[in-house]
Design a protein around this ligand. Sequence first.
Ligand code: RM4
Ligand code: MN
Ligand code: MN
Length: 432
Amino acid sequence: MAAHFEIDDGFIAAQNEKAKTWVEEDYEHLAKALRRRGVDIEDLVGKAQSLRVAVPSWGVGTGGTRFARFPGSGEPRGIFEKLEDCGTIFKLVRSTPAVSLHIPWDKPGNADELLAFAKARGLNFDAMNSNTFQDQTGQELSYKFGSLTHPDRAVRNQAIAHNIACIELGQALGSKAHTVWIGDGGNFPGQQHIRRTLERYLESMREIYSALPDDWRLFIEHKFYEPAFYSTVINDWGVSYHCARELGPKAYCLVDLGHHPPNVNIEMIVARLIQFGKLAGFHFNDSKYGDDDLDSGSIKPFQLFLIFNELVDAELHSVPHFNPAYMLDQSHNVTDPIESLMMSAVELARGYVQAHLVDREALSAAQEKCDALMALATLKQAFTTDVAPILAVARERAGGAIDPIGSYRASGYRQRKAEERPAKVGVAAGIV
Ligand code: RM4
Ligand code: MN
Ligand code: MN
């Protein structure tokens, strides 16, 4: 592959130089304010630097809706170009060294070559994702009426084999987890036998589970509707939890924020899964109506904070089996995906740092005294603290950008990619 444009570290440092004065001023001011609250700002910088968020390979392409997709210029045309963009995000925000692959969308011709390409950019591979919600060219049997739960055993076998192949590829790439999300479900009442489909799911998943290496985890992702509009087989966290328990200790429940009906209390679900030792991790995004796949923190930032509040509480209490994997799962239909993913990674770090700011003694005291107002006020104090200087300093010290989006725009990356990557006719990157 010919040399492709990359943002160099010197450019980021020069951009940072321009912003340094305000960052230092704001950082000092915040350090003083936090000191009054008994908080050492340096601890929070350390926390911000410790948060790791994986980027979905499919998120760097422009997404679309069932109505249309409006391609962006210079978008990646294959897995190597997707990794280039992931490398750029990582360079600027420093919290996203891992990439999650979707198979067969990202199936490499040669796994070693892909691994070397990723390594050269400081990237590694997070959870693998299988795709049995779509038919591929040349595929023998159709998933139109289901995959792991299809009435025909031959279709189920094909879907099982695909999942096992994903795990094998993941082993070659150094991944340690496999995520299964199926589109299986019904569009009409009566279309599917509700209990039987779940029995078939478990039977199929047992085979996949048995192909899992010892140090791997299997993530079950639930979703209450779509593409099936009446019922889905793994419709909510309760079903997911049941299946994870049935399968065994390597199976966990993954929470995609957009996979719940509007107004569901997601932080409650998170707390319960933590309590039961079965939280796999997250597909972060935000939503207003359904699986909108909007940017994290764009619609309900307080909800994002409340989720992190549960996560930090579990971290501080060293809850057994608590080892959540964080990933973004978003569809960028009208923004530059690189900008959205960077902003979202920053939003997660913001929620995480703010959750570390919660005065847990005060919160606990308010809870014990049944002081509802003070409990909320304690959370609000953390949530309303502007931690932007902490996040900026954390990035800068790690070699990233004080202002990731400003620096990205100033670098002209997208324009350069538009020249390097003339659009392919009919390219189908992004979420369908
Ligand atoms: C699904 C689900 C999966 C993702 C696909 C593309 O709604 O969120 O995690 O892999 O979309
Ligand atoms: Mn998801
Ligand atoms: Mn989804």
